[in-house]
Design a protein around this ligand. Structure first.
Ligand SMILES: Nc1nc2c(ncn2[C@@H]2O[C@H](COP(=O)(O)OP(=O)(O)O)[C@@H](O)[C@H]2O)c(=O)[nH]1
Ligand SMILES: [Mg+2]
Length: 391
């Protein structure tokens, strides 16, 4: 179980003065700190719809310090069983008494309006659980990627204090690649029927997957898909395919990734070698392939064990910190990108000003370049109704 509060970040945040929020947003802010679900739901809407002051609101939440909920990303083609898996994962966390925040970025998702419209009564039970919060969002990333707001919604959920955060994105085009910007651990779900083993590899999923799941293992072709994925993984890492466990479930050899070589797989059969004193220099992570049947819950336990192992590896290898820094870097870029686009749109939307500028260009007293330069000045210095917050 991850720590609910990252105390070091908290201490560092002490020097960041909180911004003054409009009363309505301050109420939401207080509500979140008091653990009120209604406040959480409203706050998410504020962020999702980019209402006035939403950036100051996010700033205030982040200035409070990082809570550090474990972020798990689940991606894959439509119908692969992602939502079913998420339900099973959420259920398992609840059995451990951990609350779960779920964001589903999937127009075909069975989640709707905070309720889970699954084809099973068990899914509906989940939505009624006060320890589970589900939010469904439309994918509308301006660059074809996962919207920045999705990541911001995860931040709001994190601030609420969920120790477990799960984000489901439907893998269409490039969107699944963006999930790395939202999650600590990325699970790519494949299914036998789509015959997409090699397709997935081509689409770049190989690079983003921390764990592969072959779901619908009750369907024919599952074993073959597992082998395909393993072969592709070994080819990529420049190794010959090693042992393939005959049983369904976690490839423990791959999880432990002992000595980075399957040539030594004989040695790694010894369970005692699993926790040798190598923690000072963790081995590179080799994505394991886990078989599941989300409908029955088979393999979900193994999947969760694998996710936990990955988390341990993330922490010990320093990769978690590197990923967080990378995400922060991307966030700064995204905030600037979004803000600049918004301001440019506003500037161009000023029909009168634009008309006057066109007149000056016609009379020869300006060129499109000098007009753009003037606009740029205004974009940067002109007072904003809701400026970006300052620390
Ligand atoms: N046969 C079989 N069907 C499954 C399995 N997991 C999910 N499904 C079904 O596949 C369909 C799509 O599942 P869903 O979770 O909505 O997929 P998503 O689009 O990836 O979120 C649903 O009808 C599920 O009941 C499985 O392991 N085996
Ligand atoms: Mg879904």
């Amino acid at each position: 179980m991850p720590p609910s509060i990252d105390s070091s970040a908290k201490a560092g945040a002490a020097s960041t003065p909180a911004v003054e929020l409009p009363p309505a947003l301050q109420t939401l802010f207080d509500g979140i700190r008091e653990g009120k679900r209604v406040a959480l739901a409203r706050a998410i809407s504020v962020v999702e719809n980019e209402r006035t002051g939403f950036q100051s609101f996010l700033h205030a939440l982040l200035a409070e310090g990082r809570h550090g909920g474990a972020r798990l990303g689940i991606t894959g083609p439509p119908g692969a069983g992602k939502s079913s898996l998420v339900s099973e994962i959420a259920r398992a966390h609840r059995e451990q008494d951990e609350s779960v925040g779920i964001v589903a970025v999937d127009p075909t998702s069975p989640y709707s309006g905070g309720a889970l419209l699954g084809d099973r009564i068990r899914m509906n039970d989940l939505a009624l659980d006060p320890g589970i919060f589900i939010r469904s969002m439309a994918s509308r990333g301006s660059l074809g990627g996962l919207a920045t707001t999705t990541k911001e919604v995860l931040d709001v959920m994190d601030a609420f204090g969920f120790p477990r955060l799960v984000v489901e994105t439907v893998g269409v085009g490039q969107t699944e690649l963006e999930i790395t910007g939202a999650a600590d651990t990325v699970v790519v779900v494949l299914v036998p029927e789509s015959g997409d083993g090699i397709q997935a590899m081509k689409a770049g999923l190989m690079e983003i997957a921390d764990i592969f799941v072959v779901n619908k293992s009750d369907r024919p072709g599952a074993d073959r898909l597992v082998k395909e994925v393993r072969t592709a993984l070994h080819l990529r890492s420049g190794r010959a395919p090693g042992r393939v466990p005959a049983h369904h479930g976690v490839d423990h050899a791959a999880v432990a990734s002992k000595a980075g070589s399957d040539a030594e797989s004989g040695a790694s059969d010894d369970p005692a070698s699993d926790d040798s004193a190598e923690s000072s220099a963790p081995e590179p992570w080799v994505p394991p392939v886990v078989q599941t049947m989300a409908q029955t819950g088979d393999g979900v336990e193994e999947l969760m064990e694998t996710v936990e192992r990955h988390r341990t590896w993330l922490v010990e290898s320093g990769e978690l910190e590197r990923r967080r820094i990378r995400r922060t870097r991307e966030r700064i870029r995204d905030i600037l990108d979004r803000e600049m686009r918004r301001r440019v749109r506003r500037e161009l939307g000023d029909a009168e000003g634009l008309e006057a500028a066109l007149g000056r260009i016609t009379r020869g007293s300006a060129t499109p370049y000098s007009v753009a330069a003037e606009m740029l000045d205004r974009i940067v210095v002109e007072p904003e109704a809701a400026p970006l917050p300052r620390a």
